[in-house]
Ligand binder design. Structure first.
Ligand code: NAD
Length: 282
């Protein structure tokens, strides 16, 4: 079984991105700038933001974090986003999710101009991805896609099954795999007989949020399984895939932790650089 080492792949991607930033610096006398807005004190969000800032700095980006208390009003955040939209030294804006209940997620996402939307959540970017135009691609599915291409460069004609239909993971993942000429099935909480759907698949992407949902007898021999899930349990962090069981059947599998997670952050850096390049050429 091939253990898909996301930590290693993310490390090599960051190295390549660092070289790219050096080249961009020579060409434009400027480097990409990423601003993250963090609202409240949720521990996982604070950890993600710290890791994002660390990676951005390591690669040579200008990076800063704007922190607001949990009870900040929506207008203040929207005004800040509008200022960042206008700020020429900023190429990427990210508002860390989830947001407090009194802040409208859609308004926040819609206010970030698409060219600086490093998360790829703005409807313009979602539309561009689904119609095949250049766009920012949500970081986690982009990371899954890059890992998948590493093990299987030719995805054409493969049966790909995605578990989960979120805007963050399942839907953009489906678009990326369609573009690669996979035959794509998206399953979700109302899908009947998920096990038999999984048994048909050459590729399974599990993005559900249920610990060890995908069992060894759900997967075809020689399938490739990408586990997006991050679930906190009494026994530590586990994925949506039963690693012990599935590793005995699959051709390739991502571990949790150390699989998709590190790639997500590296792809955020990639997206910030790509936004910078689009801004410079627009
Ligand atoms: P979400 O809650 O937005 O979506 C979950 C999806 O799973 C929904 O579409 C739902 O219909 C489907 N679902 C629920 N129960 C199901 C069932 N029994 N059978 C089939 N489908 C079912 O979650 P999300 O934001 O897409 O995140 C999914 C998982 O990925 C979570 O564990 C999250 O922590 C993790 N995640 C990881 C990364 C990373 O970088 N590795 C990034 C984002 C999210």
């Amino acid at each position: 079984m091939i253990l898909i080492d996301g930590k290693k792949e993310a490390g090599s991607l960051r190295l390549k991105l660092k070289e790219e930033v050096n080249e961009l610096k020579k060409k434009f006398n400027d480097v990409p700038g990423l601003t993250v807005i963090l609202i409240g004190e949720l521990a996982p969000s604070q950890i993600y933001v710290r890791n994002k800032e660390k990676s951005a700095k390591e690669v040579g980006l200008n990076s800063d974090v704007i922190k607001y208390p949990e009870d900040v009003d929506e207008k203040t955040v929207l005004k800040k986003i509008k200022d960042l939209n206008e700020n020429k030294s900023i190429s990427g804006i990210l508002v860390q999710l989830p947001l407090p209940k009194h802040i409208d997620k859609k308004k926040i996402i819609d206010t970030i101009i698409p060219i600086k939307d490093v998360d790829g959540f703005h409807p313009v970017n979602v539309g561009n991805l689904s119609t095949g135009y250049e766009s920012s691609i949500p970081c986690t599915p982009l990371g899954c896609y890059l890992l998948l291409k590493k093990v299987e460069p030719n995805l054409s004609g493969k049966k790909a099954l995605i578990i989960g239909r979120s805007n963050l993971n399942g839907k953009p993942m489906a678009q990326l795999l369609l573009k690669e000429n996979c035959t794509v099935t998206i399953t979700h909480s109302k899908t009947k007989n998920l096990k038999s759907e999984c048994l048909e698949a050459d590729i399974i992407i599990a993005a559900v949020g249920i610990p060890k949902l995908v069992k060894g007898d759900w997967v075809k021999k020689d399938s490739i399984v990408i586990d997006v899930g991050i679930n906190k349990t009494d026994k530590g962090i586990v994925g949506d895939v039963d690693f012990e069981e599935v590793s005995k059947k699959a051709k390739a599998l991502t571990p949790v932790p150390g699989g998709v997670g590190p790639m997500t952050i590296a792809c955020l850096i990639k997206n910030t650089i790509d936004c910078f390049k689009r801004i410079k050429s627009s």
